[in-house]
Write a protein that binds this ligand. Sequence first.
Ligand SMILES: O=C(O)CCC(=O)C(=O)O
Length: 396
Amino acid sequence: MTGSIPTIDLSLLESPEGHAAASRDVLHAMEHVGFLAIKNIPGYDERRLLEAAKWFFDSPLEDKLKIGKRRFNPKQPNIYKGYFPCQPAANESKTTSYKEGLDIGIDVPAELQHQLPPWPLKHLYEPNLLPQADTPESVAFSKTLSDHLAVVQRASHAIMSVLAVGLGLPSDYFLPLFEPLPLSTLRLIHYPYRPPAAADTSAEAAATEGEPVLHCSEHTDSGFLTILATFDFKGLQILTGDGRWVDVPPRPDVLVVNIGDTLAKLSGGRFKATRHRVVDLRQERYSVPFFYEPRYDVDISKPFTHRPLQAEGEASPKSHGGSPPRTLLAVPRMSDHLLAHPQKTPPFPHLPSEWYGVWLLGKIKEFVEYGDVLETVETESDGSCELPPAAMMADA
Ligand SMILES: O=C(O)CCC(=O)C(=O)O
């Protein structure tokens, strides 16, 4: 089945009327669907991004492994950022993940190094691993990634400012939760063509029981927002409130946005972190999600505001009228998976368990590509993860 998700035209945000209408639409989508789409995204170059992804994943495995995470390249110290190859086997929770990928985040500038968190959270800010800048193609690749990172960061700020205004808050209300060291990740993904016989046994068994073979099992994302490029590839599906899986069809130059666990949790369950998955349509597929994530030390144990909010359907604080005020806490609207099954926080006695970064280390264990991260840090002793500068790592 094909579903339609609301689309926000970012070019309309310039005018006060456009901003107010977008605020209304974003609030409605976040409360009822958990997914929306954005179009007219300043600077977004879909073709260039897809070409870059294809260039990287087409290169020989041994080249990609040069910037692999430590699990795949023992010469590299990174355990969080970098390249990971396909891992067809299911992990302990039997989730499927048939993809290879490259994770990058912000490069922490020298003047902010002293603000990095202690072990083990320091791992989450590892230097990026990118192909050595020794050909015009590799230089162009890195430039495309950093340009796209800037585009989706700006789009995330725009959506959060529209959301804040919709909630009757100042437009920059959420910014301090991200600056100066957001934990955001940009990920390039390649799902290779997988002939039926090559699909892992659990996936094939599921298929014979009427369930589709999956490239990526159902899950929710961790952070505030995800901004996803799917190019013209089908396969993304979201789970509706009444338990049906519906397709999110690709549209040219449009990015898909969804809410992550943290925004759902901080909204007291008012906004939805909708479960989604990727179906294997027996074709090669590329996608590029950007996970917009707060600073490591944001307290995610309490809803972010108890301030009165405008009533549903009202566009801006000015139109508040005589409607009864609501609070985020007062709207326990949906039985969000996260609220029903709170994530176990790993025990790091020297760190507050309410911190986003601490919770994240526990959450990512459910994803095959991060399956080893928590185990690895638990076997380290405090201070054993001193990282060399990025320039040294590129040569490893
Ligand atoms: O590949 C896609 O379209 C979605 C990927 C996804 O859901 C994820 O990486 O969290």
